[in-house]
Design a protein around this ligand. Structure first.
Ligand SMILES: [Zn+2]
Length: 340
């Protein structure tokens, strides 16, 4: 029996499938059926800050190939291990990590995973890559946003060796097992944001491009942290997502959204409205602190109109309303400076 056959049998056994013969599957259609069963997408709830439904990683399995989309921050690494173990998977069994973008809540755990499994291929957009190789600037700007809480929120962020990186520009087609995944450049939330379209399953892994919507709710809202949100460019990303007609969106915060066109139109409307609100507040507020306060209370009131109190608090925490204000304010000021 060849090494690859014995490896595959071990994998099948781990998944509870009984394999009866090492002969090629073409002679045994039912064995092909077992390999179809192994094509799966699983939502891994990272339980960020002890909260269910805040940060989701996606586990893509196909023909023994295993990929994690956005593994989450360093602070939830142990939970990620447990989630994988529950499926009989160790970090050493992973083949690839797909990063939608490099913000710590999505990508922070990547370096630690590569340290445990040096054969991991890490896919990331060209603009984000330098900050994955050397996260010092990323950490310095995160430190300014969360001066006292960085470690508690995001844990340790280790560098990723350059040889593990697979640099993306958008437009690539990846083959992960038998799964076909198209990479699409979707800036807006971040200048280096990409989305991954699983053509086999019709699922679009959109990171934060389509905002925050906790699975099971219809309410969708923006997360617009500094430093480089861009509403104009964001519109082209909405078009790029809709053009591909995904059956479902997979959001990092959190899980599936079943009606992509309705989702994006609701999201876009609220995103632009919150930008207009920010512009109005910047015109009238007495100070930066007063501006942040009035943005946070206005948006919190809006969320609370749509959701029960505990769910409203969960949305606000997961998206970071204060950061959304800072990001929108920075974007508007930058645009005003550029226009003058
Ligand atoms: Zn995020």
């Amino acid at each position: 029996m060849s090494t690859s056959t014995s490896h595959r049998r071990a994998q099948l056994r781990r998944h509870g499938f009984l394999i009866l013969s090492p002969l090629p599957t073409a002679n045994f259609p039912f064995l092909r059926y077992t390999s179809l069963l192994m094509d799966s997408i699983t939502t891994l709830d990272n339980l960020w800050m002890g909260r269910p439904r805040s940060i989701a990683a996606g586990l893509l399995e196909s023909d023994g190939h295993r990929t994690v989309v956005d593994p989450g921050p360093g602070s939830t690494l142990e939970t990620l291990h447990r989630r994988l173990q529950a499926r009989g998977i160790g970090v050493g069994d992973l083949d690839a990590i797909l990063l939608t973008h490099i913000h710590l809540d999505h990508a922070g755990a990547t370096g630690a995973l590569v340290r445990k499994n040096p054969r991991l291929a890490v896919y990331v957009h060209r603009i984000g890559a330098p900050h994955v190789i050397d996260p010092s600037k990323l950490l310095a700007s995160a430190q300014r946003l969360w001066p006292n809480e960085l470690q508690r929120l995001f844990g340790e962020t280790l560098p990723v060796p350059v040889e593990n990186l697979r640099i993306l520009d958008g437009g690539e087609n990846l083959k992960l097992g038998s799964r076909q995944v198209e990479v699409v450049y979707t800036p807006g939330h971040a200048s280096h944001h990409v989305s991954y379209f699983d053509k086999t399953a019709g699922v679009a892994f959109v990171g934060d491009t389509a905002g925050v919507r906790m699975e099971g709710n219809s309410f969708v809202m923006p997360a617009t942290p500094p430093p480089d949100i861009d509403l104009g460019i964001w519109d082209t990303s909405f078009a790029a997502i809709l053009e591909r007609k995904p059956a479902r969106l997979f959001l990092t915060h959190f899980g599936y959204s079943e009606n992509p066109s309705e989702h994006i139109s609701l999201f876009r409307e609220r995103l632009h409205r919150w930008a207009a609100l920010t512009a109005e507040i910047l015109r009238t507020a007495a100070s930066d602190a007063a501006a942040t306060d009035s943005f946070m209370s206005a948006t919190y009131a809006e969320i609370s109109e749509h959701l029960p109190a505990d769910e409203a608090a969960h949305y606000a925490f997961s998206a970071g309303l204060n950061l959304s204000f800072l990001g929108l304010a920075r974007y508007l000021r930058k645009r005003a400076t550029a226009a003058s």
